[in-house]
Design a protein around this ligand. Structure first.
Ligand SMILES: Nc1ncnc2c1ncn2[C@@H]1O[C@H](COP(=O)(O)OP(=O)(O)OP(=O)(O)O)[C@@H](O)[C@H]1O
Length: 283
């Protein structure tokens, strides 16, 4: 065995020094709830982007968040993931993690993964390499330099490749994938880190009908073991995946329920018809 290989063996932390492997955070979901958002407020120059917002998400749920442009969906995701600080309120991950006193990296480390609308895969790398790069690893210089994938990590990547339907494309450059496949790869890049909660922003924008259908299957399959929150404007897609839909309006929850309940809700109809009328007047 070469010196480099022996040094690599030494740095295979999960086998040699298990205590150095990043600990999986305990999330207390004793009462079935994984995310609590209470009385959340955030103003930008006096404009209330979040206005006494309350949201409760059950562990393993697939929740869809809808709302017109400017309703506060992205701002809410930004606060949950530590990208933006709120003015007041409470955000807890399980009963034991106060997210408001954590930064973005700490929140990600707790097991909250976020996917933005635009795919940001490494186009010059293969599908497999993209997943490898996203594995939860020690970022210190020496372990990174000498680390090599362990059999467990390779199995994990293989499992994710199957889940996202890209097993046959593992050696393909990510840049050569279709738009939909890139979106799935990026979801896979979150999955290798084994998140408890996934926040996914407009996953089907720009997808073909077939890709949209496949994405619906993928997201549905991810829920249960994990919790998934999807922000989406495509109502047909929302109907195809959602059990519970939350409608945001002017920084607050306007309505919550099944898609049928939402579509027959008077307040929702008023807001959406109002938007349509305003758009019609502008046209
Ligand atoms: N950094 C900021 N500075 C000033 N205003 C902001 C900032 N971020 C968001 N806003 C405002 O807060 C409101 C909520 O925006 P947000 O992006 O959360 O809405 P959204 O529901 O995600 O809309 P969309 O569906 O268009 O993405 C909007 O009126 C937006 O202009």
């Amino acid at each position: 065995m070469s010196t480099l290989d022996s040094t690599r063996e030494l740095f295979r932390r999960d086998q040699v020094w298990p205590f150095l492997a990043p600990a999986q955070a305990e999330v207390n979901v004793g009462n079935q709830m994984i995310l609590y958002v209470e009385d959340l407020n955030l103003s930008f120059d006096g404009f209330k982007a979040l206005n006494n917002l309350n949201l409760y998400i059950n562990d393993g749920e697939l929740r869809c968040l809808i709302g017109a442009n400017g309703a506060g969906k992205t701002t809410l995701m930004d606060v949950i993931t530590g990208k933006t600080q709120c003015d007041s309120g409470t955000v807890f991950f399980g009963q034991n993690h106060n997210l408001l006193n954590k930064d973005e990296a700490e929140i990600a480390q707790l097991g909250i993964g976020r996917k933005f609308q635009k795919p940001t895969v490494f186009e010059e790398q293969t599908v497999f390499d993209n997943l490898e790069l996203s594995l939860k690893t020690d970022k210190r210089v020496l372990p990174t330099l000498f680390s090599r994938l362990t059999p467990t990590q390779i199995d994990r990547i293989d499992e994710v490749l199957k889940t996202i339907g890209l097993a046959k494309h593992r050696f393909m450059l990510a840049g050569a994938l279709s738009h939909g496949q890139k979106q799935w790869l990026e979801i896979g890049m979150l999955l290798v880190a084994e998140p408890r909660l996934l926040l996914i922003d407009e996953p089907v924008a720009g997808m073909t009908a077939q890709e949209t259908e496949r994405t619906a299957e993928l997201l549905t399959s991810l829920a249960g073991e994990r919790t998934v929150i999807v922000v989406e404007h495509d109502m047909e897609f929302v109907r195809s995946i959602a059990r519970t839909v939350t409608v945001l309006h002017q920084g607050s929850v306007l309505a919550e329920g099944t898609m049928d309940q939402i579509q027959s809700n008077k307040d929702v109809i008023e807001v959406y018809l109002g938007e349509e009328a305003a758009a019609g007047e502008q046209a």
